[in-house]
Design a protein around this ligand. Sequence first.
Ligand SMILES: Cc1cc2nc3c(=O)[nH]c(=O)nc-3n(C[C@H](O)[C@H](O)[C@H](O)COP(=O)(O)OP(=O)(O)OC[C@H]3O[C@@H](n4cnc5c(N)ncnc54)[C@H](O)[C@@H]3O)c2cc1C
Length: 311
Amino acid sequence: MVEENKANDYLCEKDGRDHGHTPEGATWGTLLEELKPRGDIGGSELQQAIGDRSGLIVNNDPSHLPSMLFDEHNVELFDNVHPINWVDPENDQGKYDMLVIGGGAGGLVTAAGSVGVGARVCLIERNFLGGDCLNTGCVPSKAFLKCANVVHGARTAEQYGIEITGEIKVNFKTIMERMRKIRAHISENDSAKRFSTTLGVDMYMGNAKFTGANTVEVNGKTLTFNKACIATGGRPNIPDLEGIQTVPYHTSDNIFNITTQPKSIAVIGSGPIGAELGQAFQRLGTKVTFVCRGSKFLPKEDRDAAQLLTD
Ligand SMILES: Cc1cc2nc3c(=O)[nH]c(=O)nc-3n(C[C@H](O)[C@H](O)[C@H](O)COP(=O)(O)OP(=O)(O)OC[C@H]3O[C@@H](n4cnc5c(N)ncnc54)[C@H](O)[C@@H]3O)c2cc1C
């Protein structure tokens, strides 16, 4: 039995149960192959094309299809954090000790920690495992910031006794591709496969809905639990500004999809996320204007630190 289980990658190494799996050979890469001849990899039309193929996603709500660019790096990312045609586990063992809704940083840590102390755990994610942090937050932003730092270092190198001759050019497309590559590489840690196979968490990919005090419904199945953790995160707040719906705008959810450097951008909000993105774009050569509600930039930070950045 153990040998048999070892032969199947998707069976949990710990207990031999199937905690959810991708059908053998299923990968978003098949879709990439299909799209390649169109020559629009990285173009905005591509996202529409993925939307048309909602039939490929069996368990999941089609409104939560990957809305990112489709290239080899994002195929790796999607295969890890939003596997195509994911098959939920057969829950034949009754109540979960811990049911976690949301597979972002909070949910993943809760699931891994609970399983680590011996609990029967399930995790439900409707979109991308890794949530904001991996997909649209900490990871892509820090990879992006690094490039801005490097170019700033190169431009100010003389102060450090280093002479750089010739023009310092920014290749924005490469910067964004590097970010996608790093994100894809890191995504294995948050992958459905790792959580199901290695950690033994029952992984459900779908929209969770409470149906009772101790029941949650996902993909037509009812799961019961002793304890539940709601780790459903947040989403960007679109300010109620007159005319905003008539202009194209980005939020942190999709800014890391762009492949062409904007000549200029206005950043609404002067908290840490806006500040770091704005500074990075500015250093890379985009003209950045901050729009702040109050009179202070980075209003919630220590004034001396915030003043440094303001200056
Ligand atoms: C640009 C940017 C940079 C950042 N940089 C940093 C940083 O450097 N350091 C730092 O500490 N923080 C940073 N953050 C903040 C950090 O990313 C978030 O605080 C953190 O990711 C929140 O994690 P979470 O698990 O609470 O929620 P999320 O990551 O939002 O995860 C919630 C998950 O729940 C899922 N979900 C929601 N409803 C349901 C449902 N009904 N059924 C199933 N699933 C559901 C969602 O799909 C999502 O995947 C940054 C954020 C941004 C946007």
